[in-house]
Structure formats: structure tokens, C-alpha cells
Write a protein that binds this ligand. Structure first.
Ligand SMILES: Cc1cc2nc3c(=O)[nH]c(=O)nc-3n(C[C@H](O)[C@H](O)[C@H](O)COP(=O)(O)OP(=O)(O)OC[C@H]3O[C@@H](n4cnc5c(N)ncnc54)[C@H](O)[C@@H]3O)c2cc1C
Ligand code: SF4
Length: 537
């Protein structure tokens, strides 16, 4: 028997978008029943970001955040923007979008735990370890809530002694705040055809490490970004180094998932990047303490889908509000959650109107739309190559000021891979276990938990595709783009290949759901509470 519960609003996902929406709803009406579902074992556990936060939305949401001890401890003190070649580095003028005066370096998982404590103090119910796995519709095609996944089910789908059925949770309105490439959000796109009017969403894969540095070598507040080496000029990507909290360095590398060479390995590109003469000295006195990866949206303004449907709406990176030239989506995620709360409040007592169209209107009137519109052409222009892209970005920023009378199109990432036999193999250097590390020792640092005997949460729509298409034409790119070594081609005694999926290694970055050439891999949430356990990412 499944139990059911009724709320005024259900929010799927306890990231900055979902928690800001919950806080604003509770601020507007303390009698509302608000439920936030989080698939991670605790709030913040699966959350990975850079992160430099622009505090604009936080200031609007909780003006006394400083008195309330929000974990924004490190103001940015210096910005550097580097162009790297294999042997050299050149300091370029920092583009206005990347200037961080007034911003803070944070751990997003830590910040989300603080937001959760603020929400709970206002009476919001937060349920960690509960993954929303399906959407409930009524017979008029309205979203009326979600179901959470069963726990204690074995690999074949049978109940084990620790079986607990999922819950049916009903609400007047459901907010989907699942972050980039949300699994239920993907089903909503199809169910209501929400992407009919917009460009395809595009993505990057961000891989990050956290290093601990002796205080005497720490450069608190120092922010460095780079482009160029080790990526070739046709492949979009770059790095970030953020010194925070007097002892930590967040170092990461983002590779655009529209890369074309199936032999490219984003994890190895990141390892190689750390060996550059301009980067290695930052790590030589330091110790690596954490690792993780997560996809981020790069589509921007022209990839924003229809935001509402009867009974619910999309907020944060589920909708795609990240500002790519800024590499920032926390402030827009928070603001979109706040706007959703403010837009919905009158509708909750209205039994006839189910779709909150005012939310979309308010988004397009807000500073979110303004900043995304101005930035909209910069990422697509990088498809022309690094230098033409940079030149265009300068023209767009300084001459057109973001108001050029055209909008460049985005293309679907999964369609960009070339056949392996038309591409060169890439040889990556050996790891030295000081600055560069093998993949499995990195995955160990994600502290992932995953009940091994549960159904595989990486679904193959057609089990033949990994061999008949992916191996045959693309040399099995999933073996390289997965930053956790989940996919492996194994040969049996008759030398016949098959794809083995090490699902327990999955760190929930969503790259496979995005980059698989025929979209044959579908990521669904594993048992609630599974996945990486980040504390300071
Ligand atoms: C490498 C990297 C660097 C970045 N750097 C910056 C930066 O410096 N500054 C900045 O502003 N932004 C940065 N971003 C972007 C920023 O992290 C995102 O824009 C922001 O986290 C989006 O917030 P969100 O609430 O929409 O989604 P998320 O933060 O992804 O949160 C979504 C939450 O929902 C949960 N969830 C998902 N599906 C379900 C489900 N079905 N059931 C229950 N729970 C679910 C997830 O576990 C997660 O906790 C970076 C992103 C990456 C990947
Ligand atoms: S299996 Fe997919 S979602 Fe999981 S870590 Fe690998 S690429 Fe990311």
C-alpha cells in the first residue's frame, strides 16, 4: 500500500532554486503547507558548483543574510583571465561579465544547507533521501503531484526485507527544481511539448576537485579563469580556480558537450590542464580532498522552454537560466524560484485556473531575462573557434552591448560527434599521483553511497545500440565522457563485446543522458539517498 499526503506546493529539488522558492512562499503565507523533496541523502549532498555567487538574489530574499550567518565568508579580491598555450600563459583583460567585484566564493552544498535551515525555520517540510520518480496527472491532464521511488527493491525489481513503498504526494502546484537535465523535467518537455518554440538546450560538463592548502600559501579571494590549452581551438571549454575560506582551492574544468572527437576524454583533459606551468604551482603545496562532476546548461536565452503547464512550472537550471559568459546560475536559479513563489500565491486559492502564466511574464520582465538576453550570442559564437568567438564576444559586449539585431542558434550536443574513423586518437599522459590522478581514486573521493543490489538506474532504450552504433561508429565514447568510469566495453570468451554498466559508480552528472549520440541512455533517479556525498563542493 502506498501512503499519500496532500500539500499546497511540492518542490522537487533542494538546490538554490527550490529552497529560494520555498522560503519566499513561506514568507508570503506562513499557513501554506510546502514540501521540498531531495533525492540526496541530505540537502547539498549531490550539489556541485564552482562557485562564485552574485549575492543579488540572496539580498532580495533574505536582506539580513549577514546577521543570519550565511556562509559567504570569502569576498572576491582579484580576478585573472588567462589564455593558455601548451608552454605559455597570457593574461587577457577580464571581460566585464567575468568581473567579480562584490561577489563571494562559496561552497554551494554548504550554502544550500544554510538555505534549508532558513526554510525549515519558516515551517517548510524538507524530505531528503526522497527521489521524485514519476509525475501524477489527473484525467484533465493537470499535474497533481509526484510519486517518490520505492526503497529496498532488488536488481530484478523484487522487494527485499528493507522494502519501503514510495509515497504519492499531491499538491495544488508542483515546482520542478531538479537542476540541469532533470529527469522528470525531461518527461515534462515531451508530455507538454514545452521545447517546441525554443532552440535545443546545450551543455557543458564541469569536473572539479577541492584541494586543501597551508594558510601561508593560500591566496584568499583570488579568482582565476582560463581558456585555451589543453583543448584545441574548435572545442569549447575552460577552467576555474577559486581560493576560499583561508584553506581551500576549488579547481575545475568545463568542456562543452558539443565536442566532436569521440576520443576526447574530459576527465583526462582536466588532469592534463593541471600540469600547465601556470597552474601546477597552485597545487604543489596542496592536498586533494574531494572530486566530483556535474553538467551545466549552456543554451541561455534562446533555449528557455515554455515555463508553465497546468499544475506546475519549471525553475532554476531545470528551465536553463544559467548565464554562460558569467558561468553563474545560482543567482538566477534563486530569483526564478522567488518569482515563481510570488506569481503563484494568488492562484493557490483559485480552483479553476491551473496554469500560472504570470510566472513566465514575470521572468521575462525581470533582470534574469535582461541579463540572459544580453549574453545570448556569446556561447554560440564560440562554435566558430576560440579566437573568432572571443573577437565576436568583444564586439557583442563593447559595440552592440548585447543588443545585436540577431540571435545565433544553438545545436543539439548529441548530434555533434564525428565518426571515430574520421578523428585522431588522443594520447593522454600518465598520472603522477601528485597533481594528476587515476579515475577510480578520484571517484573514491566523491564518498558515493549506492545500494549495489538495486535496479540499474541507467536505462538503455535499445540494448543493441551500445555495440551496433556506439562501438561501431564512435568507439564507445561513453567510456571516456563519463567522469566516473561507469561504462565499460567487455569482451567475452568468444571475443564478443558487450557494455557493462557499473551503476554504483554513478555520480549523477547527467553527461550520458546528454551526450549519447542516439539518446539511448536515459538517466532515472536511483534509490533516494544514493549518490555522491559532497560536503564542500
Ligand atoms: C562545475 C560548475 C561550476 C559552476 N560555477 C558556478 C559559479 O561559480 N557561480 C554560479 O552562480 N553558478 C555556477 N554554476 C551553476 C550553478 O551551480 C547552477 O546554476 C545552480 O546550482 C542551479 O541551481 P538549481 O537549484 O536549479 O539546481 P541544482 O543546484 O542542480 O539543484 C537541484 C537539486 O534537485 C535535486 N533533485 C534533482 N532531481 C530530483 C528528483 N527527481 N527528486 C528529488 N530531488 C531531485 C538534486 O539532487 C539537487 O539537490 C556552476 C555549475 C557547475 C556544474
Ligand atoms: S553514468 Fe552518466 S550520470 Fe553517472 S557519472 Fe557517468 S556520465 Fe555521469
Amino acid at each position: 500500500m502506498r501512503e499519500s499526503m496532500q500539500f499546497d506546493v511540492i518542490i522537487v529539488g533542494a538546490g538554490p532554486a527550490g529552497l529560494s522558492a520555498a522560503i519566499r512562499l513561506a514568507q508570503l503565507n506562513q499557513h501554506l503547507s510546502i514540501c521540498v523533496l531531495e533525492k540526496g541523502a541530505e540537502v547539498g549532498a549531490p550539489i556541485l558548483s564552482g562557485a562564485v555567487i552574485e549575492p543579488r538574489a540572496l539580498q532580495e530574499l533574505i536582506p539580513d543574510w549577514q546577521q543570519k550567518n550565511a556562509p559567504l565568508y570569502t569576498p572576491v579580491t582579484e580576478d585573472q583571465f588567462l589564455y593558455l598555450t601548451e608552454k605559455k600563459s597570457y593574461r587577457l583583460p577580464t571581460p566585464p561579465q567575468m568581473q567579480n567585484q562584490g561577489n563571494y566564493i562559496i561552497s554551494l552544498s554548504q550554502f544550500c544547507r544554510w538555505l534549508a535551515s532558513q526554510a525549515e525555520s519558516l515551517g517548510v517540510n524538507i524530505f531528503p533521501s526522497f527521489a521524485a520518480t514519476a509525475i501524477l496527472y489527473d484525467d484533465q491532464n493537470n499535474v497533481i503531484g509526484v510519486t517518490t521511488g520505492d526503497k529496498g527493491v532488488d536488481r530484478q525489481g523484487n522487494p527485499t526485507p528493507r522494502f519501503q513503498p514510495g509515497l504519492d504526494l499531491f499538491a495544488k502546484q508542483t515546482f520542478f527544481a531538479e537542476g540541469c537535465r532533470g529527469s522528470l523535467t525531461q518527461t515534462l518537455f515531451k508530455h507538454y511539448d514545452l521545447r517546441q518554440q525554443c532552440n535545443p538546450q546545450t551543455y557543458g560538463l564541469g569536473i572539479k576537485e577541492l584541494w586543501e592548502i597551508p594558510e601561508e600559501h593560500h591566496q584568499t579571494g583570488h579568482v582565476i579563469h582560463s581558456i585555451g590549452w589543453p583543448l584545441d581551438h574548435r572545442t569549447y571549454g575552460g577552467s576555474f580556480l577559486y581560493y576560499f575560506d583561508k584553506k581551500y582551492l576549488a579547481i575545475g574544468f568545463v568542456v562543452g558537450l558539443d565536442y566532436s572527437n569521440p576520443y576526447l576524454n574530459p576527465y583526462e583533459e582536466f588532469q592534463r590542464f593541471k600540469t600547465h606551468d601556470a597552474i601546477r604551482p597552485h597545487l604543489e603545496k596542496a592536498k586533494r580532498i574531494s572530486y566530483g562532476a556535474r553538467a551545466l546548461n549552456e543554451g541561455g536565452y534562446q533555449s528557455i522552454p515554455q515555463l508553465t503547464f497546468p499544475g506546475g512550472l519549471l525553475i532554476g537550471c531545470a528551465a536553463g537560466f544559467l548565464n554562460v559568459p558569467k558561468i553563474k546560475g545560482i543567482h538566477t536559479a534563486m530569483k526564478s524560484g522567488m518569482l515563481a513563489a510570488e506569481s503563484i500565491i494568488g492562484l493557490l486559492e483559485n480552483t479553476t485556473q491551473k496554469e500560472c502564466k504570470a510566472y513566465a511574464t514575470n521572468i521575462y520582465k525581470s533582470w534574469i531575462a535582461d541579463e540572459l538576453y544580453r549574453a545570448r550570442n556569446i556561447r554560440p559564437a564560440m562554435n566558430w573557434g576560440t579566437w573568432p568567438g572571443l573577437l565576436y564576444a568583444a564586439l557583442d559586449t563593447y559595440v552592440f552591448r548585447g543588443k545585436a539585431p540577431w540571435t545565433l542558434r544553438n545545436h543539439a550536443d548529441n548530434l555533434q560527434l564525428k565518426y571515430a574513423d574520421t578523428c585522431s586518437m588522443i594520447e593522454y599522459p600518465k598520472h603522477d599521483n601528485k597533481i594528476t590522478f587515476d579515475l577510480m581514486s578520484s571517484v573514491f573521493l566523491t564518498n558515493s553511497i549506492h545500494e549495489e543490489n538495486q535496479p540499474c538506474h541507467l536505462k538503455l532504450l535499445d540494448p543493441h545500440v551500445p555495440i551496433d552504433i556506439n562501438l561501431r561508429y564512435y568507439a564507445s565514447p561513453e567510456q571516456r565522457y563519463c567522469p566516473a568510469g561507469v561504462y565499460e566495453i567487455i569482451y567475452d570468451e568468444k571475443n564478443m563485446p558487450r557494455l557493462h554498466i557499473h551503476a554504483a559508480n554513478c555520480i549523477q552528472c547527467k553527461a550520458c543522458d546528454i551526450k549519447d549520440p542516439t539518446q539511448n541512455i536515459v538517466w532515472v533517479p536511483p534509490e533516494g539517498g544514493s549518490g555522491p556525498q559532497y560536503t564542500l563542493m
